[in-house]
Design a protein around this ligand. Structure first.
Ligand code: PLP
Length: 457
């Protein structure tokens, strides 16, 4: 399997050719999902005792399977949180794989971990967290949030010198779905502070006071959101930080989507208070132009994370030895063996410089604002709220939920765009509305116009 022969070289060239062509295509076809049975009918058996050969397998992927995927970097993919990894980052993702580095321990991964740590220095500097703060790259926001909450619970147990009963986290109704999913993994309860807009310190204080004292004792952390996924709303981080300090609660900021906006001068002030967080989640694979998957968890006091996450095992003792000492990423989050997924971000930052990131993120914010203007000019459309960060919520007057769904499928089928509906609570219950989320700096105003045009009668 490991011998290098002529086939290996040829296949490498084929793969590189494909990579070059894909990397230099700015608007690849918007693929369509197919049923698994349909794909199977087209692809045939691929795993056989003798193997079908790399050439054949690659051909099946290139000619059939990849067409049943939606490229997340298409300039008119404005659904969910799209992505637009830089070419530099994509190239270095290939290098990361080709270099076969184990990213868990300094002893084996030093040079690669060094790259990750420089990218982490930059993330920390964006938050303004104090000297000593540091973090690690994770598989995504969910793993980052989970790593932070496990750390928070351990820190709380240690401080109170007690076996805390079933813990509880407070967060807002706008928090990401993964907060509840993560709480299930940890077997802790989530109490939602009902907020239409941003969660404020006062709302948090009131919610805490309204809890029965026995329940209040179970609360160990507050999760504020630095850019809700649905609407780009940033909680009142300063006010929440103050309450957390007063009530002695762990203050976590989930900025998985919005964290990239810390680099943008036009909105940086909205994040005031993030520097006081005990932990912060940022997903470079969302708004910092890294390929999947790359999340990050930043800690004010990384030592607390190490106490919570460091794994023990006789086969791991060598990594604690003087001769192998260094920063071990596996000590600070839930995963042991890990890919050096921060390396593509490092290479891209080094290549382009941080000013380019500032420009690219501002571009998403500008696109959201400009789209708001275009929507205001159309009598059949209406903004649901002012655009926030790079999210725009708007309605097509008179449309029922089914019409939004039909429109979504039609545009996707036509290869025009992927824009999906969402729900928004405007006091009088949930309403189906449309949503744009801009990430790709190559998206243009005329892309947006061409989508809005399809909303006419
Ligand atoms: C996307 C997102 C998450 C989940 O992150 P993954 O990388 O998908 O695991 C968590 N919180 C927020 C606010 C998000 O936008």
């Amino acid at each position: 399997m490991h011998t290098i022969d002529i086939d290996t070289v040829e296949m490498t060239l084929d793969v590189m050719k494909y990579a070059i062509s894909r990397i230099t295509t700015s608007a690849p076809d918007l693929g369509q999902p197919m049923r698994e049975s349909e794909l199977h009918a087209l692809a045939g058996e691929t795993i056989t005792p003798e193997g079908i050969g790399g050439e054949k397998a690659f051909q099946i992927f290139r000619d059939i399977l990849v067409k049943a995927t939606v490229p997340i970097d298409h300039p008119r993919h404005l659904a969910f949180v799209p992505a637009a990894p830089t070419r530099a980052a994509i190239l270095f993702d290939l290098i990361t794989s080709a270099s076969s580095i184990h990213g868990a321990y300094w002893m084996e991964g030093a040079g690669g971990i060094y790259c990750e740590n420089r990218a982490m220095d930059w993330l920390i500097s964006l938050t303004g967290m104090p000297e000593g703060a540091f973090g690690v790259f994770t598989s995504g926001g969910t793993a980052a949030n989970l790593s932070a909450m496990v750390t928070a619970r351990e820190a709380c147990r240690k401080k109170k010198n007690a076996t805390v009963e079933k813990g509880m986290i407070l967060t807002s109704s706008g928090a990401h779905s993964s907060i509840k999913a993560m709480a299930k993994v940890m077997d802790v309860d989530v109490h939602l502070v009902q907020t239409e807009d941003r969660m404020t310190g006062i709302q948090l204080q009131n919610a805490l006071q309204a809890l029965p004292s026995e329940t209040r004792k179970r609360v160990f952390a507050v999760v504020a959101t630095g850019g809700t996924t649905n609407a780009g709303i940033i909680d009142d981080l300063e006010g929440i930080a103050r309450i957390c300090q007063k009530e002695d609660l762990w203050f976590h900021v989930d900025a998985a989507y919005g964290g990239g906006a810390l680099v943008a001068d036009s909105v940086r002030h909205l994040f005031k208070g993030i520097e006081a967080a005990d932990s912060v989640t940022i997903d470079p694979h969302k708004w910092l132009f890294s390929p999947y998957d790359c999340g990050a968890i930043l800690y004010r006091d990384p030592e607390q994370a190490r106490e919570a996450h460091q794994q023990e095992g006789s086969y791991l003792d060598i990594f604690r030895d003087e001769g192998a000492k260094g920063f071990n990423p596996s000590d600070y989050q839930i995963q042991l063996t890990r890919r050096l997924r921060g390396m593509p971000l490092w290479f891209s930052l080094a290549t382009h410089g941080t000013d380019k990131y500032k420009w690219a993120v501002e571009r998403g914010i500008t696109l959201a604002r400009e789209s708001g203007e275009l929507i205001r000019q159309e009598s059949h459309l209406e903004l649901v709220r002012e655009p926030s960060l790079s999210c725009v919520l708007f309605r097509r007057k008179g449309w029922k939920p089914e019409e939004y769904t039909r429109w979504t499928y039609e545009n996707h089928k036509a290869g025009l765009a992927l824009v999906t509906p969402t729900k928004w609570s405007s006091g009088a219950g949930y309403e189906t509305v449309l949503r744009f989320c801009f990430i790709n700096p190559d998206t243009t105003q005329s892309d947006v116009r061409s989508i809005l045009d399809t909303l006419r009668d």
